[in-house]
Write a protein of this length. Structure first.
Ligand code: A2P
Length: 278
């Protein structure tokens, strides 16, 4: 990937809720990630999302500009002093067609009101945590696998990531390598970091493991691969983040196994959120 070197710069507040881009990495022609300064007042729980964006084009009649905002999962953990985001590039997407061109030193708008269901508080205590993602749906889990509480609360954390092509797995694969090699996390978590299991699959390009995660669950192939028991509502907890189709299909599998959907107000065995698209 192509990454611009980061330089620390103080944000100049020319936009409302402006934050400054500190680095941008282009992973493929469809995917990029970027980091921005974090507002000193922003508190969030790993797994939550915020609204971010840019000023839109001037209204031809009035010349006035309105902010163009979309929901983005925060991909960095709650303890990080910067914020990271992982995005698709949609060539005719109102926001991402512009956002894909941001560079280090540019400003984006960030509304500091984090929300979301992919948080530890929305799950009852359990032993094994499944993080099911496709495409940019890995973003909230990029936050959660860097969050010490994840390792304190569970005996095993299984991150699955399914993409069409091998290159689209790069962000997640590098992230997992970074987590495993991170001195600070290692010092804090010790061997607990080894609880993280990474299960990447592709659907359209040959790779070591191919197939939709839904098919691998239904056939039991993933349990055989991981030498792990089948889903058990007493022990298993799950978070799901992907396309609407993926979310619907995984929900069906989890419900069939006896897991119930939770929320911040009523924790249960699994939670779901739609990945940012378009
Ligand atoms: P597939 O290639 O079979 O459609 P996308 O890039 O379209 O967001 O898809 C990301 C990944 O999610 C692809 O590997 C895609 O597989 C997979 N996927 C899409 N819909 C579903 C679904 N309903 N169940 C499982 N996997 C899905």
């Amino acid at each position: 990937p192509v990454t611009q070197a980061a330089k620390t710069q103080a944000p100049s507040k020319t936009l409302p809720d402006a934050q400054t881009v500190t680095s941008v990495t282009h992973w493929t022609d469809r995917l990029f990630s970027f980091r921005v300064t974090r507002p000193a007042s922003l508190r969030f729980r790993s797994g939550e999302f915020v609204m971010i964006g840019l000023m839109g084009d001037p209204d031809p009649a009035t010349g006035r500009q309105k902010p163009l905002l979309r929901a983005y999962s925060i991909a960095s953990p709650a303890w990080d002093d910067e914020l990271e985001f992982y995005s698709i590039k949609v060539q005719d997407g109102p926001l991402t067609s512009k956002l894909q061109h941001i560079q280090q030193g540019d400003q984006i708008i960030l509304r500091p009101k984090p929300v979301g269901t992919l948080v530890h508080d929305a799950l009852l205590p359990g032993n094994r945590l499944w993080l099911f993602s496709t495409g940019t749906g890995i973003a909230p889990f990029a936050s959660l696998i860097r969050e010490p509480q994840t390792y304190e609360d569970y005996d095993q954390i299984i991150l699955t990531h399914t993409c069409r092509d091998v290159k689209e797995l790069d962000y997640g694969r590098e992230l997992v390598e970074k987590v495993r090699g991170d001195d600070l996390l290692r010092e804090l978590m010790g061997d607990a970091l080894d609880k993280l299991v990474y299960y990447p699959t592709t659907t359209r390009e040959p790779s070591a493991k191919m197939g939709r995660i839904t098919d691998l669950l239904r056939s039991g192939e993933i349990f055989a691969d991981l030498d792990a028991p089948p889903l058990d509502p007493k022990l298993d907890r799950a978070m799901v983040c992907g396309s609407i189709g993926l979310n619907t299909d995984i929900k069906e599998i989890l419900e069939a196994a006896g897991l119930r959907e939770g929320a911040n107000s009523a924790p249960a065995e699994y939670v779901v959120e739609k990945a940012f698209v378009g």
